[in-house]
Design a binder for this molecule. Sequence first.
Ligand code: NAD
Length: 486
Amino acid sequence: MQTFNHFIDGRFQPASNGRTFEKRSPTDNQLMGQVAEGTQADIDAAVGAAREALHGDWGRIAVDRRIAMMHAVADGITRRFDDFVAAEEADTGQPHHVIAHAFVPRGAANFKIFADIVKNVPAESFVMDTPDGAGALNYALRKPKGVIAVISPWNAPLLLMTWKVGPALACGNTVVVKPSEETPATATLLGEVMNEVGVPKGVYNVVHGFGPDAAGEFLTRHEDVDAITFTGETATGTAIMKAAADGIRDVSFELGGKNAGIVFADCDFDATVEGIFRSAFMNTGQVCLGTERVYVERAIFDRFVAALKARCEGVTYGRPSDLGVNFGPLISQVHRRKVLSYYGKAMAEGATLITGGGVPDMPAELAGGSWIQPTIWTGLPETASVVREEIFGPCCHVRAFDGEEEVVRLANANRYGLSTTIWTENLKRAHRMAAAIDAGIAWVNSWFLRDLRTPFGGSKQSGIGREGGVHSLEFYTEMRNVCIKL
Ligand code: NAD
């Protein structure tokens, strides 16, 4: 049995009132441990420690030293790679290969990439004329924004949290992280790494707990927080934006999606089936960038649906470390109830069920886990709730289309605009489509291929702002103009 305490001012500590909540395994629903339940006093202590560190060692540290420390954090994660993989597997129940090859390495990379960007990006300067002819020199200084609140979700806990913490610290800020209540493990483990590599106390703080009227909300409402970076549901983003309005705090939001995969008849068929399968079902469909709407050109529609069905029916369920397992459970029973309610709605709205639609038969020792079948529907109108709303489960609706114009209209008729995938061997068409679809990221013949130097974020109700590469500096620093009369 584990205890997940807060990490405040360099020390692991329980909640101020001693309260905890249960963390259960998604794989078998067994109790894994107790998590400290953050209070207003815990948030006050964490924000206070973060503010203190800004005025202390961290505020005075030379940039080179700070950059070196970020590399040391990345190396620290790599040194304890197996611990991070085991912690994330236990928290999420996802297969070993996803966590060990995609999610944990990205956790380390998030510290390195932004450290190098901070070190190498030049600041602008302008020489200006003055009436006396002497002239003046202007240059820009990038100053850290201050104490950053980081609020993160459960679907790729380490990757998504460090995607914020990496640039925030590299830019000289301090952070208070409120990880998802579902996945407390890796944020806690990162506290150990921070201490191991000598990051000053108060720079990285973690307070566990819930969102509304709890640790998350206390953090976003705290008057000594300078900016809030959030990844999660659009509805939560709305609540956080209201909280941020008091005190005019800046926000960066990465929110929900209902992403369209667009398959043309001239695609590389086998590679496309595999690509759509991954994008719809990896991480049991719990990926914001995942595909829940698939549009397939009519000429290959039947063949495509049959191939995707066969791929779904070949998945192997099981514990993360079991050999050959490629399909994990959903994060919790609560989330499974939500996804199953959509499985029910799809049928009530008249869908044709191609495969799945329920819960798989599992061996007795796993029967308590939040297992669910990968599911494909066809035949629904675009007005159906499973075609419009984000489900965040392993399911997609597949619809036939005729021509580019129709598919652009269908893909864009949604309030979200996070990502899209376009599958075609026609280069001109690929460029046309990438420009036409409302999305923050358009993948052509690929998915989840990420260069961390590129802008990342969502259009429409999928987010506010862009992070990644130099774009992260826009959010995590404040530009100051210095004007020197010569
Ligand atoms: P969620 O919005 O329910 O929770 C995210 C975090 O916000 C949690 O830590 C939660 O405790 C906290 N929270 C909830 N209410 C709050 C409040 N009122 N004030 C402050 N904090 C609050 O999201 P989730 O269910 O954990 O994650 C799934 C969602 O995240 C999906 O919608 C998915 O699309 C989205 N997501 C988006 C991206 C992206 O990059 N755009 C990436 C991953 C996940």
